[in-house]
Design a protein around this ligand. Structure first.
Ligand SMILES: NC(=O)c1ccc[n+]([C@@H]2O[C@H](COP(=O)([O-])OP(=O)(O)OC[C@H]3O[C@@H](n4cnc5c(N)ncnc54)[C@H](O)[C@@H]3O)[C@@H](O)[C@H]2O)c1
Length: 358
């Protein structure tokens, strides 16, 4: 088992990865708390009951709710349901919320924990590759609102993260590939680890082999960035948003038919194309990237998405300022953030991207 200490201004916490991480969860839970509410993803409950049955009795006074998880349910309605349960069952300030699910449930759980009684303890047990290598750490919580992704949310760090890779065995293939999207991001953010991530991604794609090393390396990169800029104030943390403004546009315009990770992968390609258009990188970087990662399967329906609709969603992204689309781009000297881009350039880039997939 590996342990990683995440340091933030308000709280330090440990991430445990691998064998015995759930044993660590039990030890953590035995500390000073009253009731425990487990929020469990419905698919995880169905497919991973054996592991779940080992987790639940970790606490004497535990409750659980099964939640059907999708972007549509990452909503104020789900938050209301959880908060009502907490209130009706007299959960107090020493209560604990635990997420057993992917990034959707992790974001909802963190948000509920941050607002109930002005904040209660929260633990994350991620069950998707995507949430294990990214979403479970860093303290961004949120829900979709008014048709806009992650519009409402808080910065609220968990009290511990416990990654049990057994969960990944039941993931549908599309969710395995979705996890890859966020890993591709790390390959570009830390160029000296490009080949490491490329090889690890191939292993995941071909054999579903998710090494402890790739999880720890990803979370280490993320936690070091979060440690320096927890609330995205200096701009450093924004580099983690590479590809994400395009991704939110693609996801929303597809009515969430496209998974988050796949949308991030496409968003990264668009960010590279626009970076080239602005002369920030040479075309050979894109050629190399597509040669290396071109094996990731393509979703033909993306071509049918309306470009203006994608842009309209991108315009609602909270990273924008004064109505202008602000992007994270790639340059020869590293990742650039907050680059305002004209709508026409975004339009042309998306059209070019679609032609590449035609
Ligand atoms: N807070 C953050 O820093 C952060 C970072 C990245 C992504 N996110 C958010 O995470 C979400 C995406 O997360 P995700 O990709 O985990 O999606 P998800 O939570 O929707 O899970 C994907 C699908 O897999 C199913 N599933 C989960 N675990 C399973 C398992 N072990 N076996 C079988 N099925 C399983 C779920 O029921 C769901 O249908 C997005 O909403 C994104 O905005 C948040």
């Amino acid at each position: 088992m590996h342990k990683l200490l995440v340091k933030t201004t308000l709280k330090n916490y440990n991430v445990y990865v691998g064998d015995n991480s759930l044993e660590e969860f039990r030890k953590n839970l035995s500390a000073n708390h009253s009731k425990v509410l487990f929020l469990i993803d419905k698919n995880v409950f169905k497919k991973c009951l054996k592991i779940i049955n080992k987790i639940l009795p970790a606490s004497k006074d535990y409750h659980h709710i099964i939640i059907e998880c999708s972007e549509k349910n990452k909503s104020i309605k789900t938050v209301e349901k959880v908060c009502k349960y907490l209130s009706n069952n007299k959960f107090d300030r020493k209560s604990v919320l635990v997420s057993i699910g992917g990034g959707v449930l992790g974001d909802v759980t963190g948000f509920c924990a941050s607002i109930y009684m002005r904040g209660i303890k929260c633990y994350q047990i991620p069950t998707t590759i995507l949430s294990a290598v990214d979403g479970s750490v860093g303290g961004k919580t949120g829900i979709n609102f008014n048709g806009i992704k992650n519009l409402i949310g808080t910065f609220y760090q968990p009290d511990g993260v416990f990654v049990e890779t057994e969960f990944f065995k039941t993931l549908p293939r599309r969710e395995v590939i979705s996890g890859i999207g966020e890993l591709v991001k790390y390959a570009l953010i830390i160029p000296k680890l490009y080949n490491f991530f490329l090889e690890e991604i191939k292993k995941i794609y071909l054999n579903r082999e998710v090494s402890i090393e790739v999880i720890i390396t990803s979370l280490k990169i993320k936690s070091e960035i979060v440690n320096k800029d927890e609330k995205e104030e200096t701009g450093l943390r924004k580099i983690l948003n590479l590809g994400h403004t395009f991704a939110h546009g693609f996801e929303s315009a597809s009515d969430y038919k496209l998974t988050h990770g796949k949308a991030v992968f496409y968003g990264i390609i668009c960010a590279l194309l626009i970076s080239e258009r602005l002369g920030l990188i040479d075309n050979k970087i894109i050629t190399q990237f597509l040669n290396d990662f071109g094996f990731i399967n393509r979703e033909k329906f993306v071509n049918q998405l309306d470009t203006q609709k994608i842009i309209n969603f991108m315009k609602s992204d909270k990273k924008n300022f004064n109505g202008t689309i602000n992007l994270v781009l790639v340059s020869k000297s590293g990742i650039l953030t907050d680059i305002p881009i004209k709508e026409k350039a975004v339009f042309t880039t998306i059209e070019k991207f679609k032609k590449m997939f035609g």
